[in-house]
Design a protein around this ligand. Sequence first.
Ligand code: PMP
Length: 439
Amino acid sequence: MSFSNIMDSNSYSGISTDPDTEKLIEARAHLLGPAYRLFYERPVHLVRGRGSHLFDADGARYLDAYNNVVSVGHCHPHVVAAITRQAETLNTHTRYLHDGIVEYSQRLLATLPGEVDQVMYACTGSEANDLALRVAQMYTGARGVIVTRDAYHGNTEAVTAISPSIGGATTIGSHVRAVAAPDSYRAGADVAGRFLADVESAIAELKAAGVGLSALIVDTFFSSDGIYPDPSVLAPAVAAVRAAGGVFLADEVQPGFGRTGESMWGFTRHGVVPDLVTMGKPMANGLPVAAMAARSEVLEAFAREVPYFNTFGGNPVSMAAAGAVLDVIEDERLMDNAARVGGALRDELTRVAADNPRIGDVRGAGLYVGVEMVTGPDLLTPDRTGAHDLVNAMRDRKVLISVCGTHGNVLKVRPPLVFSMSDVDWFCTEFAGAVAALP
Ligand code: PMP
């Protein structure tokens, strides 16, 4: 199963809607070509957002339980004001001195372990991972990379080669080995032991193939693999990677910036300190801002040899937006909110699951929840159709979610961090109704 299949399992399939929507769908397809996908059998045409709510062209209100980019809430006034202020004042690039990038870097690095002491800026998570790959390869003098079997790390040529979930016509590189994600639902108690054994075999294979080991790269919440929050998994594998001369790159594009409620970064839950950390999506609440943070000794070989310039990366408007996001996370205690509201959401979903055997597992941390749909006598067979039907039924009930996982059967519930207790009630009422009405 591939990412493209997962996208397709939750995408527009030609079911007709109203004439205005039809026209927009057609114009988009004509102008953008067929590579773009739309969510839902009946696509949603959004025109406005506030907090965790979205409004369509007819004024109907939707509950956003999916969008992690606008992590501090759609159109947060503090972020909008910071962007506006800086856009009215100056927007240049990193070849001129500016206080904004230095002030923001101090704040950002203060949220990371002391060993991770330098940061470089980009515009997308893909670029940040692309840069991190180059840094890791120069530091280790090796090319080999270990990722998980349904990992997604971005869309440049180099990171496509380490993103097996894309599937379709793309193939992973000959310098890449993919290991099974730590499927806590099926692996039982020894999920960490299995993951370690798989990583050790991959290390041996890369060495035997002559490419050596450069890095283990994982999304520390295993998002595209199916959301696996077990925090015991990474420490033994990271130790094995270091013992073999490789570095550990924590891809925090999804779990970073407080989503798990327990800490600012997903790797902290695993008790590991990465060599490289990449981040993006929620960093500036929708502006294209991303970064790679590094231990300076790991960065040094690359930085000495390769001058780095990224036209938009780290510009004053981006830094103002990113700083405002940190303000809101602190001022509105959004990590606490993620822990409290996310806990209530999982509790309630677990109650719904107790009455419905088609829901095999409810798992997650903070405001990142996976709901695994299953079927078969052993209730272990992935139920892709059930997940697809439920996502579309929820959309018709004006609650937005999606799917992830190897088989496209894990509901991905990942709302903005400002999700409230009344949002949880709204979500769970519609969810219980949609589950009860499943064919
Ligand atoms: N890493 C992970 C874990 C991601 O989920 C994504 C985006 N889905 C990326 C990297 C790439 O980020 P971007 O789309 O900003 O290039």
